[in-house]
Design a protein around this ligand. Structure first.
Ligand code: ZN
Ligand code: ZN
Length: 277
């Protein structure tokens, strides 16, 4: 079978509406790339990170006072919606979803709910990028250097907490995000050393019926890792390039499809669905 006809949707793409993405990363260019790659659909999941939060947020209850670093800025929801509509008109052959990538959603439930009331979206991803450290939320890569294995275990335990205490997200994004920045190089990271911690994450995710993302910006998950999710009862897998530049949309999807297939998942109900067991 022609590979392009089997390619899944890219459920994790950033454009210039994300605070860490260049102004040249337009939705139009991302859509052009998605069409060229033969993808059936694309989701624009911009970063939703808070540097100021509400009294009702758990971050407040936990005594967190700020974020470090704190260069995160809000999404311009009006401009975002206008450009998305324009792309839907321009690319009728492509299904285009709105979305957000929520950072630490378990700590910001009230702030996220308020945002989504104003600007509802089709896809919500859940991500952990930061951990609490002496009253601040600190980017996890900053904590990794002093104690890689300890930080990784703490990270994966926090992901379990995030899954169990937040139901706002449909897909768990890059479940082992710190591997990207592993001291000594991402290639020296050994998944197997954290198998029990991964399995705890996957059990929690599976019991809530939500999808695990295979993220192709991160060093690719092994078929073993995705199989642990399958063995723990995982039902659905989502593909995400996590592109911050249009030319990365759908990046390495053929490889990711092979990994997910080897772990026991198959295309879902239609081309737009998650892959399923
Ligand atoms: Zn992320
Ligand atoms: Zn992302």
């Amino acid at each position: 079978m022609d590979r392009t006809s089997a390619r899944p949707p890219d459920n994790h793409v950033h454009t210039r509406y994300s605070w860490d993405t260049p102004g040249t990363s337009t939705m139009r260019r991302a859509c052009e790339r998605a069409v060229a790659e033969g993808l059936p659909a694309i989701a624009f999941t911009e970063h939703l990170d808070f540097t100021v939060w509400l009294d009702e947020d758990r971050a407040t209850a936990e005594g967190l006072v700020d974020r470090h670093p704190a260069q995160q800025t809000p999404i311009d929801v009006e401009a975002y919606a206008a450009e998305l509509e324009e792309c839907r008109d321009r690319f009728p052959e492509l299904r285009i979803w709105s979305g957000v990538e929520t950072g630490e959603p378990h700590l910001f439930a009230a702030s996220i709910a308020e945002h989504l009331r104003r600007a509802p979206v089709d896809r919500v991803l859940g991500s952990l990028h930061s951990l609490a450290d002496e009253g601040r939320l600190v980017g996890v890569t900053r904590l990794l250097w002093s104690d890689p294995a300890g930080t990784m275990r703490r990270y994966l335990a926090e992901v379990v907490d995030m899954i169990e205490s937040s139901d706002v997200f449909q897909v768990l994004a890059h479940c082992d995000f710190p591997r990207r920045y592993w001291p000594g190089g991402a290639h020296t990271y050994v998944e197997k050393d954290f198998e029990e911690e991964y399995r705890a994450v996957f059990r929690a995710l599976a019991s809530s019926g939500r999808a695990l993302e295979i993220n192709t910006s991160s060093p690719l998950a092994s078929a073993d890792q995705i199989r642990w999710f399958h063995e723990e009862g995982g039902e659905a897998v989502s593909f995400g390039s996590d592109a911050h530049q249009p030319e990365r949309v759908g990046d390495r999807f053929d490889l990711a499809v092979d990994v997910v297939e080897a772990a026991g998942f198959r295309p879902g109900r239609d081309r737009f669905d998650f892959w399923r067991r």
